[in-house]
Design a protein around this ligand. Structure first.
Ligand code: FMN
Length: 338
């Protein structure tokens, strides 16, 4: 199941950046869930390029729902969503057939698929495919919200800056030099009950990491205090507990709402690192894999000087899909529709 994730609620991705369309199949959704088409469109808009801070590639993301929805509600059968690719400039990518972009998946895809992969625009490895993940997530998020569970991802920093004005200045400066920057996203899941997750292999951290690392350009994730635990004393960072009515709570949430792989009823919190966009116009060393010789590359084509803000809704969407999958695995598929 190389392109499928999930246990009870599964998502399969398909498509290439410059192919006819990309899409997702969402299977395991309960029947009777209201489908909010405006919400799906608004989530897709959040993923689209943002004026001067992003790539000039403009896709309308006019999605189609091919199956699994009837008279505005889910039928309970597989939902297939397709999003056509329109604004492609494939000739900009010609040399990428043999000149490998450093830090992009050109070389690894070539090794994996023996040169038969569609290399145009990064093919199946392109950030473009994340539009399908966002569309799939948009089926699940309103259902979670009705259950009192909210997922939100926002920008923590870009190029080390936290203030929006300074962040944008860093992006524009990188763009002017034909370069790129990365950053950190912070995610919180509120309203999740205690007792969700499994020990050892299907821990909540493990399941979320699995999905979040599927997003291109994600290179790290930390839960709660994460790497900040390393130089602290136990007495400084233990999440001390207290009784609040019928609930057990913690005074702090350094463990990010997960202990022993299982939710403790506090918000799930994690940070995700997005690397600087690999494709840049600044000249870099690389290889020509046909001639098997060293060369240089300076990317043509249209690329984002920063993808952190576009990745936020993607992280939010995969988080919602994982949380929904874990909840329906525990409480049963129809629980999400009740
Ligand atoms: C929303 C989004 C948009 C992206 N756009 C670009 C892009 O325009 N140019 C590029 O080189 N990489 C882009 N990427 C990142 C690459 O797809 C990614 O770095 C590459 O596939 C290698 O995978 P890895 O970084 O996870 O190792 C984007 C990623 C996301 C999530």
């Amino acid at each position: 199941m190389k392109n499928t994730i999930g246990n009870s609620l599964t998502v399969t991705l398909f498509g290439e950046s410059h192919g006819k369309a990309i899409g997702a199949v969402l299977d395991g959704m309960p029947s009777g869930i209201e489908v909010d088409e405006e919400y799906i469109a608004s989530q897709l808009t959040r993923r689209r390029p943002k004026d001067a801070l992003s790539t000039p590639r403009q896709e309308k993301d006019e999605y189609s729902i091919l199956s699994g929805v009837f008279e505005g509600r889910t039928t309970g059968t597989p939902i297939c969503i397709t999003i056509p690719n329109a604004d492609t400039h494939s000739k900009d990518y010609g040399e990428m057939q043999y000149k490998m972009r450093p830090s992009h998946a050109d070389y690894t895809a070539n090794c994996r698929y023996n040169g038969f992969q569609d290399y145009r625009g990064g093919g199946h490895f392109s950030g473009r495919i994340t539009a399908a993940l966002v569309a799939a997530g948009a089926f699940v998020i309103p259902a979670l919200n009705k259950k009192g569970i909210c997922v939100s991802t926002k920008i923590k920093s870009i190029a080390g800056e936290t203030a929006e004005e300074k962040r944008n200045a860093k992006i524009l400066a990188a763009k002017a030099e034909g370069d790129s920057v990365g950053g950190v996203l912070e995610t919180a899941v509120t309203g999740i009950p205690a007792g969700v997750g499994e020990p050892w292999f299907d821990t909540v951290e493990g399941m979320l990491s699995h999905a979040v690392f599927s997003i291109p350009a994600v290179k790290g994730i930390e839960f709660g205090l994460g790497f900040g635990f390393a130089d602290k004393m136990g007495s400084e960072v233990n999440d001390q507990m207290y009784v609040d009515g019928d609930n057990v709570k913690c005074y702090t949430n350094n463990n990010g709402g997960i202990i022993g792989g299982i939710t403790n009823g506090m918000p799930i919190t994690f940070n995700t690192v997005i690397k600087p966009t690999p494709t840049i116009s600044k000249e870099q060393n690389t290889v020509d894999i046909i001639k098997m010789e060293n060369t240089t590359i300076s990317a043509r084509g249209r690329h984002d000087p920063c993808i952190v803000h576009r990745a936020a809704v993607v992280v939010e969407s995969v988080t919602a899909l994982v949380i929904a999958d874990m909840l329906v695995s525990k409480y049963g598929t129809d629980w999400l529709a009740k």
